[in-house]
Design a protein around this ligand. Structure first.
Ligand code: GLV
Length: 360
């Protein structure tokens, strides 16, 4: 192929040896600039991808909107040294058995329940992740859902679309005010603390929390009080979930938990859908055991458009948009890229889920 023709197929930036594929090329295009081959599973923000392109890697980008199927993912990863993936990629035992040669997996997310970490650790594959990059953004979504649910934003908006904006009615569709209410945080880590800070500063709310370990700093700075899980359920006016999805937290918010909550309480989940049992949540809301729910995560995702939660007056659902700010996604992209670059330059990974594989 002559140079002119090549230029037609590939184009690159100034001072950047990396070539970017012309849009009409294949969906999956290796960009050959070096030895280590890195599979990049989604269209991640340029902030981090540009860092990878500056290094002597051979990058393969999956260019379709949809994630790869498990089979596509394994077939591609088989020919790569490293994987940059996210929560829609299933990195389970069958995948890891097929791709045990992978030298590093770098996850573009703070949560990593899509990855079988014990199996990756067993196979000595370091798993990087992107903690704290989206704490502000996700806490904003939790805080926003609290207000949106308390004031029925989504339902009221729908009345306009349905041409039901009638006369002012002094007693219909009333919400409540969060001021001086009690916030219960399930999982007072980075994001939970940001949510608690917002609730304290805006509404002087009392902060209760339940965690695996005590958070002494939050107790000191926010006056957060550690309580048992049952006390958290019984005393919270707004209960906001910020823990990781683990075997212990899977469906911990079930019928029993919802029955223990106040009928006036709002349940907020911006962590992972399977932490609540969705049919039990629907029933609790239908039977008025709970006042409302604000969800950024559902089980399954995407949620079916005819899910009863979507037509409830006191429920606000978002399509897993917690980290969806330009700032957060850029930071995530940079951290995910840096984890790979640092690994190949120094043998270390700055944000790692299973450090024992590098030290042991
Ligand atoms: C988003 O859900 C994340 O885990 O980063």
């Amino acid at each position: 192929m002559g140079l002119g023709k090549q230029k037609d197929l590939w184009y690159g930036g100034k001072n950047n040896p990396v070539l970017t594929p012309a849009p009409y090329l294949l969906n999956l295009i290796p960009i050959m600039i070096g030895k280590k081959k890195i599979l990049i599973t989604r269209n991640y923000p340029a902030a981090g991808m540009d860092l990878l392109k500056k290094e002597p890697f051979q990058l393969t980008f999956w260019e379709k909107e949809r994630p790869m199927t498990p089979d596509e993912l394994a077939a591609q990863a088989e020919n790569h040294d490293a994987l940059l993936c996210t929560l829609t990629d299933r990195i389970d035992k069958p995948f890891l058995d097929r791709c045990s040669h992978l030298e590093i997996i770098s996850q573009f997310a703070v949560g990593y329940d899509n990855i079988d970490i014990p199996e990756a650790t067993h196979k000595k594959i370091p798993v990087g992740f992107t903690p704290d990059a989206m704490s502000e953004a996700t806490a904003d979504i939790a805080f926003g859902l609290m207000i949106a649910t308390a004031r029925k934003f989504f339902f009221l908006h729908k009345t306009i679309l349905n041409k039901e904006w009638g006369y002012f009615n002094p007693t219909s569709h009333l919400g409540f005010e969060p001021k001086h209410k009690t916030l219960g945080v399930f999982g007072l880590g980075r994001i939970g603390v940001k949510m608690a800070e917002r609730c304290k500063a805006a509404y002087d709310m009392t902060i209760l929390y339940h965690n695996r370990t005590r958070n002494a700093l939050a107790e000191k700075q926010l006056g957060a009080r550690y309580v048992s899980f049952d006390r958290l359920l019984e005393e919270s006016d707004i209960l906001s979930v910020h823990c990781a999805l683990t075997p212990e937290t899977r469906q911990i918010f079930d019928a029993r938990a919802f029955r223990k909550m106040k009928p006036s309480a709002v349940f907020i989940n911006t962590a992972r859908g399977p932490i609540h049992h969705e049919p039990d949540l629907i029933e609790a809301l239908q039977h008025k055991e709970l006042w409302g729910a604000g969800l950024d995560v559902t089980d399954p995702e995407p949620m079916a458009p005819d899910n009863p939660l979507l037509s409830m007056e006191n429920v606000c659902v978002l399509p897993h948009a917690g980290s969806g700010t330009m700032e957060a996604r850029d930071r995530m992209s940079v951290l995910a890229a840096e984890n790979i670059i640092m690994f190949y330059k120094t043998g270390r990974v700055s944000h790692i889920v299973n450090p024992e594989v590098l030290t042991g």
